[in-house]
Design a protein around this ligand. Structure first.
Ligand SMILES: [Zn+2]
Ligand SMILES: [Zn+2]
Ligand SMILES: [Zn+2]
Length: 216
């Protein structure tokens, strides 16, 4: 278990060094993909990094939006201008306007600049599908959003404590919960496909701010 990326980190707000969480997540992903001979392409890596922007689940369109900002493609698809620049940017990744404009909204790192390419929605979804298949992220059904997995080694069902105040989500694994669900499902002859449990509530910082529970 890494020093970062555990359940309590998720609820520590800005009192923890989140860059360390991201670094651990990316390093773990690189190691696992290498072991599994799965291709963690620059785009897949970048999407994983965007999912890990915080401990709050992020939607596919947010990811797409950020990638688009990086490439400075128009948010509306299919304009002549966009098609023209997309071709250019696709071939000259690290150069010129793509790089300059991309840094306006987000501070670029060298690794990031290497992934700048125009991304169509299917590409983002395929990247998310890959990351899900590798167990590197989880889909939070109640929010239609994705969150990074805190320990992607091996398959697992999980319980997610989701803060309705700030969105921070903690992934916890209580084998007794898993076992209880499995046992009851078996008793009922129910074939379990997914055992993720999503629990809504308020994280400690949000309780401290006097947020009211919001059962959505
Ligand atoms: Zn963090
Ligand atoms: Zn997980
Ligand atoms: Zn919160």
């Amino acid at each position: 278990m890494p020093a970062f990326n555990n359940a309590s980190t998720s609820f520590s707000g800005d009192r923890h060094d989140h860059r360390a969480c991201v670094e651990v997540a990316l390093a773990t992903a690189a190691r696992l993909c290498l072991e599994r001979r799965a291709r963690l392409t620059p785009l897949r890596r970048r999407v994983l990094e965007l999912v890990w922007r915080s401990h709050a689940p992020v939607g596919a369109y947010d990811i797409l939006g950020r990638l688009s900002d990086e490439h400075d493609t128009a948010k509306e698809q299919g304009t002549a201008k966009e098609q023209g620049t997309a071709k250019e940017q696709g071939t000259a990744e690290n150069k010129g306007t793509a790089e300059k404009k991309g840094t306006a909204k987000e501070q670029g790192t060298a690794a990031e600049r290497g992934t700048r390419r125009r991304s169509a929605p299917p590409t983002v979804y395929r990247a998310l599908e890959f990351l899900l298949a590798q167990g590197l992220i989880h889909r939070i059904e109640s929010l239609s959003a994705y969150v990074g997995c805190v320990h992607p080694d091996g398959a697992h069902g999980g319980q997610f404590l989701i803060c309705t105040g700030c969105g921070a989500t903690a992934e916890v694994h209580d084998p007794r919960v898993d076992a209880a669900v499995t046992r009851r499902a078996e008793e009922l002859g129910f074939a379990v496909a997914r055992k993720t449990i999503e629990i809504a509530g308020l994280c400690p910082p949000c309780q401290g701010r006097g947020e009211q529970p919001d059962a959505r």
